[in-house]
Design a protein around this ligand. Structure first.
Ligand code: BGC
Length: 385
């Protein structure tokens, strides 16, 4: 009798299991869990710009334009499953074509500052435009953020992706050599946005690519970011002079407002009396990441306590520029007619250290013919109430 009951139960359970298995399979066939859509975004001097929307099965969306490789919108869930756009930016192409603080853009050829816009390779001196006080910043006035990129969908197991590429010609913005650059944005069902950067050159040159997205995990530009709780896995940072050029020193963070090894609200020490905070008007500094090898490693996490949104940043890069939006001053009106006030967004720019071409002790940013520059960063979104 007991055997019969067991057999009966087994039959019921296995048929239920079979049904359960066949259900989602059919759904999967009907509806792809990862998708990409294209829309027009307007005209640029170099041709028409498009918007590409990457979506995953959880409802996460990342919208990118091939003008500047800019991330224009990123929907991430909060603790109640509510999706909100957590990146600053504009809702039209014209505003991106004007001057703006690099919202969401690919930065190149050299992310961050180069002192006096000068550097030397193999004894040959090069001069870049001084577009930030006496220094060169973020690849120059018409850097990678202001160029139209060739775009195509890219296939990768478990991801939906967009591949952007362009050739930056010899002496574009003052940099030597023809540089072929490719940037891939890839989204998976673990809510990870993977960014891959690659470049090759036909002459010795320098390269340091990054992405300049401003995040606000409460929602794009909503209030300031001072309550966000930041962790940076770094025992040292690179202190700067008053023009934000590194002095060359690697300074321990211990005992300073730059120690984020224990998660700490961004606003807790931002107004402390500290010469470095005075120079940056807050945080605008490169952290020397604690690294174990060349692969993707966790560099930083940010938790927004009211929404529970949690961002993890992983990278292959040696440095991370943490910028607390100190130069946002309300002059930019972004999407949803939101005014971007002081410290209403923060950037976590994975990169080599600022001014590396003039700092022989910093990891090198020189790229020579025959070599491939390759860098990867992941922005992973989840919830941690
Ligand atoms: C720099 C800031 C600069 C901002 C926007 C950041 O990467 O570190 O100093 O104001 O970009 O240009």
């Amino acid at each position: 009798m007991r055997t019969n009951i067991c057999l009966f139960l087994f039959a019921i359970l296995s048929s239920a299991f079979a049904c359960k298995n066949s259900g989602p399979k059919q759904d999967e066939e009907q509806k792809p869990t990862l998708s990409i859509e294209t829309a027009d975004f307007g005209q640029t001097q170099e041709g028409p710009a498009k918007l590409y929307t990457l979506k995953n099965e959880n409802g996460m969306e990342v919208v990118i334009t091939n003008y500047g490789g800019i991330i224009t919108r990123l929907l991430a869930p909060d603790k109640d499953g509510e999706f909100t756009d957590v990146v600053l930016g504009f809702d039209n192409l014209e505003d991106y074509q004007k001057d703006h603080p690099y919202f969401g853009a690919i930065i190149g050829r050299y992310g961050n500052r180069i002192a006096k816009g000068k550097f030397t390779i193999d004894g040959q001196e090069y001069t870049l435009a001084a577009n930030n006080g006496p220094n060169a910043l973020h690849g120059g006035p018409t850097g990678f953020h202001k160029r139209l990129w060739e775009a195509k969908e890219t296939e990768r197991e478990g991801y939906v992706g967009l591949e952007l590429s362009r050739v930056s010609e010899d002496m574009e913005e003052g940099y030597p050599g023809n540089l072929s650059a490719t940037v891939r944005y890839l989204l998976n069902n673990d809510n990870e946005l993977l960014i891959e950067y690659e470049a090759t050159a036909d002459e010795p040159t320098i390269v340091n690519l990054t992405n300049h997205t401003y995040f606000n995990l409460k929602g794009a530009g909503k209030e300031d970011i001072l309550g966000h709780i930041l962790m940076v896995d770094a025992d040292y940072f690179t202190p700067v002079d008053s023009t934000l050029i590194p002095t060359g020193e690697l300074r321990p963070v211990e005992g300073t407002p730059f120690d984020f090894n224990t998660p700490t609200p961004i606003g807790e020490r931002i107004n402390a009396e500290d010469e470095q905070l005075t120079f940056g008007l807050g945080y605008d500094h490169n952290f020397v990441l604690d690294r174990e090898g060349p692969g993707l490693e966790l560099a930083a996490t940010v938790r927004e306590p009211t929404t529970g949104r949690f961002l993890e940043v992983l990278t292959t890069e040696p440095g991370l520029q943490f910028y607390s939006g100190n130069f946002l001053d309300g002059t930019n009106i972004g999407k949803y007619a939101v005014q971007y006030d002081y410290r209403s967004g923060f950037c976590l720019e994975t990169q080599h250290y600022p001014d590396s071409p003039n700092q022989p002790d910093f990891p090198s940013t020189v790229l020579r013919p025959g070599e491939t520059y390759a860098s990867r960063t992941v922005y992973r979104f989840s919830v941690k109430p």
